[in-house]
Design a protein around this ligand. Structure first.
Ligand code: 5GP
Length: 231
């Protein structure tokens, strides 16, 4: 059988801030070299640990608007008062070359990606194990000011209210267990797509081959009956 054409999956990883989604995305990227990150553009100022071009493309509002006007963004949304958007061209390239892409985006962005690429899209929502966990995770990260943390906790409720829109929902009660669930989702979604290709290409050929064999056997039996008329 010739090698099957491969098309990557578009994995939207969504959760409220502080549910551990970025840690999961990083772990996934480290563990699987076929998966690439979608690097968003944002008007949010960089946090101390963040690197321009690696974590985000940091731009000012005018720069973001230029990208938007030029049609360079697949989707965009205002989150916590800042603008975030997904550059279109890298996604197109990655998906066409069979790479899987992971998006660390909000529910609005995930919905746009689902509409644009319904066959390739996989939506995963990560829930925190409790409200208290969510608060303490937001506090211990401590890279944001307290008023930002308070606003994010309020916004978390709104983000979580969209959990039903996702194909997979994972509770982040333990980071290793949660990561194992996420890798299982990626595995299953890849197998499902390979299965589709198999069904479309391989199974019809297999059926034709079986029909041919049945016919050959029937002809053989007829010939045998002709040369051996019996008692
Ligand atoms: P943070 O500022 O904590 O990095 O991100 C805030 C929120 O914006 C997170 O929920 C994150 O997933 C979301 N976000 C990041 N990039 C994008 C993007 O390109 N599009 C959309 N719609 N949301 C994004």
């Amino acid at each position: 059988m010739s090698p099957l054409p491969k098309r990557g999956i578009l994995l939207a990883l969504c959760s409220p801030s502080g549910a551990g989604k970025s840690t999961l995305a990083r772990a996934l990227l480290r563990s699987d070299t076929n998966i690439r990150p979608s690097i968003s553009m944002t008007t949010r100022p960089p946090r101390p640990s963040e690197v321009n071009g690696k974590d985000y493309h940091f731009v000012d509002r005018a720069g973001f608007q230029r990208a938007l006007d030029a049609g360079l963004l697949l989707e965009w949304a205002e989150v916590h008062g800042n603008l975030y958007g997904t550059p279109l061209e890298p996604v197109r390239e990655l998906i066409e070359t069979g790479r899987d892409v992971v998006f660390d985006i909000d529910w609005q962005g995930a919905a746009v990606i689902q509409r644009a690429y319904p066959d390739d899209y996989v939506g995963v929502f990560v829930l925190p194990p409790s409200a208290e966990h969510l608060r303490s995770r937001l506090q211990t990260r401590a890279e944001d000011a307290p008023d930002v943390i308070a606003q994010r906790l309020k916004n978390a409720r709104d983000e979580i209210s969209h959990w039903r829109e996702f194909q997979h929902v994972i509770v982040n009660d333990d980071v290793d267990r949660c990561f194992a669930r996420l890798t299982a989702v990626v595995y299953v979604e890849r197998v499902k797509r390979l299965h589709t290709l198999v069904v479309e290409q391989f199974a019809p050929k297999l059926l034709d081959d079986i029909d041919r064999l049945v016919e050959e056997i029937a002809i053989g039996l007829e010939l045998e009956a002709g040369t051996n008329p019996g008692p």
